[in-house]
Design a protein around this ligand. Structure first.
Ligand code: XUL
Ligand code: CO
Length: 434
């Protein structure tokens, strides 16, 4: 046991009446929801970066969180960090975690040396995973923090940076594959622009499309069975990011012939930045069969920043899982907390409490979503609303043309009668469950 979590016992399900701040009141991994264990529905993952690599910095101030594995420039301390991380996975009983290369190994002077550090840590993880149930939900490359990425990775004006990005992603895909990762994620924080004055957008998009095709080719070459996911976000750190939102990503994937190969990792905070609700983004991806995984972390609604907070709003979360369940639930995906503590939350207990709260909110959301599905009221209302399209009359209209529809409308044979959309009644219906 490291010192860090020394006083914290494994978190257990104690039921809704428990007053224990470090107990689950709703997340009960073995409880069956719609025929499946709760753990298998939610597939929780801890994000290594926010929980273990982030030091509390914000744009106005430096480190607030003091951890035994700092400074994070040394392999021995990278292992102490891994020890603490796996202890937390055990305490929480989470089935998955996620990493960027930069979170888990110290960056060295050369690519080759950084790679050696990386592989040593992957071996260290694999040894820990032998005796544990925690698995890798996804791996990814951090191609946005180091100064080499300041003008983008695959969209960089310098071809050598494109090549360096390709080499980096290869190593991260190899490691994800070795660890039996369920997905490989690409989020392009600097794939966008600061000013159009120095940006050839068409060329950059072509390069990003080419890069993603290389990633897919490599996936097949090494026999990686997980899903390749891209993560939409409209801006921050770039003024504009090319993977703006789900709809933009889907258009991009179709343009470059990747629609059968790549799905989406959607994040609530990114949806908010794009001016969407999270369920909107999930519904867009689901409608296109491209729902991959989710990052379940919200923004502060007033700040306008990607504040990466743990979820704490049951009605919001319930509607997200409603759309996920309607789409058939997760396959390779899961619920990753790409969430960080507030910078005044200094203690190990805060880190555990944040995850316990987030997991409980998601469990409540899942149960509410399942109850809505089992009740069937929303689905019936939806079916009724579109029932006209199920008739021969409706299908005939779709198979018709402008001239013949004009003739039928002119003759008075077709004369639409407006019907209520019943929004308030549907909102009231949802409020019975959340
Ligand atoms: C950034 C973000 C990333 C991705 C992985 O806003 O969400 O952490 O999830 O690179
Ligand atoms: Co994310």
């Amino acid at each position: 046991m490291t010192e860090f979590f020394a006083d914290i016992a494994p978190v257990r399900y104690e039921g809704p009446d428990s007053a224990n701040p470090l107990a689950f009141r709703h997340y009960n991994p073995d409880e069956i929801v719609m025929g499946k264990r709760m753990e298998d529905h939610l597939r929780f993952a801890v994000a290594y970066w926010h929980s273990f690599a982030w030091e509390g910095n914000d744009p106005f101030g430096g480190q607030t969180l003091i951890r035994p594995w700092q400074p994070q420039d040394d392999m021995a301390r990278a292992k102490v960090k891994a020890d603490a991380a796996f202890e937390m996975f055990d305490i929480l009983g989470v089935p998955y975690f996620c990493w960027h290369d930069a979170d888990i190994r110290p960056e060295a002077a050369t690519f080759a040396e950084s790679l050696r550090n990386f592989e040593e840590i992957i071996d260290y993880f694999l040894a820990k995973m032998e005796s544990r149930k925690t698995r890798l939900l996804w791996g990814t490359a951090n191609m946005f923090s180091h100064r080499r990425w300041m003008a983008g990775a695959s969209t960089n004006p310098d071809p050598d940076v494109f090549a360096y990005a390709a080499a980096t992603v290869k190593t991260c895909m190899d490691a994800t594959h070795r660890m039996g990762g369920q997905n490989y994620v690409l989020w392009g924080g600097r794939e966008g622009y600061e000013t159009l004055l120095n940006t050839d957008m068409g060329r950059e998009l072509d390069h990003m499309g080419r890069f993603l095709n290389m990633v897919v080719d490599y996936k097949h070459k090494i026999g990686f069975k997980g899903a390749i996911l891209v993560e939409p976000k409209p801006q921050e750190p770039s003024k504009h990011q090319y993977d703006f939102d789900a709809a933009t990503c889907i258009g991009f994937l179709r343009k470059y012939g990747l629609e059968g190969e790549v799905k989406l990792n959607l994040e609530q905070g990114h949806a908010i930045l794009a001016g969407h609700s999270f369920e909107h983004e999930i519904a867009v991806a689901a409608a296109e069969g491209m729902l991959g995984s989710i990052d379940m972390n919200r923004n502060d609604y007033q700040s306008g920043w990607d504040t990466d907070q743990f979820p704490n709003n049951v009605p919001e979360v319930a509607l997200c899982y409603y759309h996920i369940l309607r789409a058939g639930g997760f396959t390779t995906g899961g619920t990753n907390f790409d969430a960080k503590l507030r910078r005044q939350s200094l203690d190990a207990t805060d880190l555990i409490a944040a995850h316990v709260g987030g997991m409980d909110i998601c469990a409540r959301g899942l149960k509410a979503a399942a109850a809505m599905i089992e009740d069937g009221g929303l689905e019936t209302a939806l079916r009724d609303r579109y029932a006209g399209w199920d008739s021969d009359h409706g299908q005939g209209i779709l198979e018709s043309d402008l001239d013949s529809l004009f003739a039928r409308v002119l003759a008075g044979e077709i004369d639409p009668q407006p019907r209520s959309g019943r929004q308030e009644m549907l909102e009231n219906h949802v409020n019975r469950f959340v």
